[in-house]
Design a protein. Structure first.
Length: 390
């Protein structure tokens, strides 16, 4: 009897132990699913950009609007994660504006105006595929760069370079010691604090790939003010435009926000450049009326730093402004067709002489998301108050 009881006791312990392990395993699986669900992108929907018309267009006035061709005209698909992500995005925008601009300043007014577009939120369209915990960080990075543009264009060129260097020191610093700086623009202190906080947030989600992202962010800060004042051709202009747009950082940020690998993107550099050219040239097309007065004012320091393809095309081809804009529209339409062609061929592409089957799904997700980012930005440019209300 004692022997039988001992066996039963051992069996009971084993059964209970197995049951405990099973419960533990199930809880671990449930935790993984809960985590993945919480971190998944917000629900998205495709929208029809051709149905939107800017409420700021007044007749065919060349002053109030870019003209009768102002509607979205390229073929790329626009996607948004509104309304699900609306509160998350709005909070990230508000925090960035409050920390990186001075109340009542021109830069802050421009930032607030940037988000009054009635046809859709810029970041909901640009980062519609981003994971929920990374979306607000992606929004903060791009909003910071937009504010930085408005702040720096009002400063003398030499001061702008110095302040970019100070901001780079925040990113590259390996200690918690505050970066020292002399009295400069009044919002620089807030920007330094903001970058210190976002740096910690990025590294908190993974040191290895977070470090890659921050290194590239430091690179884009250093390169964005390094361009000649005039360009003789569109071919010469475009590489500088992509740097000025922070495009390659935006591509890396998109992958990071989707939790995709930041390292293996062989074969996609041409596609990234192509979509970047569409984004930059679309912005040039719609922003020219706003920027023209500054550009034509040869005595304005900011005018010397305006980057736009319209005057480049007028010089290169000896044409008038209207003809240059028509040329720009045709260039954009053709490049959008090239994006569609690339996507059709993606399944059969080989990079470095070998198939990329292992990463093909992630690559396809990224290519599609990059199309949506480009299209969302282009659509926003075609309807935003910033380029219609002066």
């Amino acid at each position: 009897m004692r022997r039988t009881s001992g066996i039963n006791y051992v069996l009971g312990v084993l059964i209970l132990g197995g049951l405990f392990d099973s419960i533990k395993y199930c809880l671990q699986i449930a935790a993984i699913f809960i985590h993945r669900f919480a971190m998944a992108p917000f629900l998205c929907r495709i929208i029809d950009p051709t149905a939107a018309h800017s409420p700021y267009t007044q007749g065919n006035s060349a002053i109030s609007a870019p003209g009768s061709t102002a509607a979205y005209f390229i073929s790329l698909r626009v996607q948004t994660c509104e309304p699900g992500a609306s509160n998350t995005i709005a909070q990230a925008i508000q925090e960035t504006i409050e920390k990186c601009s001075t109340p009542g300043s021109k830069a802050q007014r421009a930032a607030l105006q940037r988000h009054t577009n009635p046809t859709g939120n810029l970041y909901a369209m640009m980062f519609s595929r981003s994971e929920q915990d990374r979306l607000p960080i992606a929004v903060k990075f791009i909003e910071f760069l937009c504010i930085l543009d408005d702040v720096m264009e009002a400063l003398p060129y030499e001061q702008s370079i110095r302040e970019h260097d100070i901001l780079c020191q925040v990113i590259t610093s390996t200690t918690d010691e505050p970066v020292s700086y002399s009295s400069t623009s009044e919002c620089l202190g807030g920007m330094i604090k903001f970058l210190t906080e976002i740096k910690k947030s990025v590294l908190g989600l993974g040191v290895k790939e977070g470090s890659v992202l921050l290194t590239d962010f430091e690179r884009t800060l250093r390169q964005r003010e390094c361009a000649p004042a005039n360009f003789s051709s569109l071919e010469e202009y475009l590489p500088y435009r992509l740097h000025n747009l922070d495009w390659y950082f935006a591509c890396l940020l998109l992958r990071w926000s989707m939790n995709l690998s930041l390292l293996n993107t062989e074969g996609l550099s041409d596609f990234e450049s192509l979509t970047g050219e569409i984004a930059g040239l679309t912005n040039d097309y719609y922003s020219w009326n706003r920027e023209k007065a500054h550009y034509l004012n040869s005595e304005s320091q900011s005018g010397d730093r305006i980057m736009n393809a319209v005057p480049v095309l007028t010089r290169e081809h000896s044409v008038q402004e209207v003809e240059a804009k028509d040329m720009l529209k045709k260039i954009l339409t053709k490049r959008a067709e090239n994006v569609e062609q690339f996507q059709k061929e993606l399944g059969s592409l080989e990079w470095n002489g070998k198939s990329q089957e292992t990463d093909s799904e992630g690559m396809k997700q990224y290519v599609e998301a990059l199309e949506h980012l480009t299209a969302g930005y282009a659509f926003w440019c075609s309807t935003c108050p910033r380029y219609y209300v002066f």
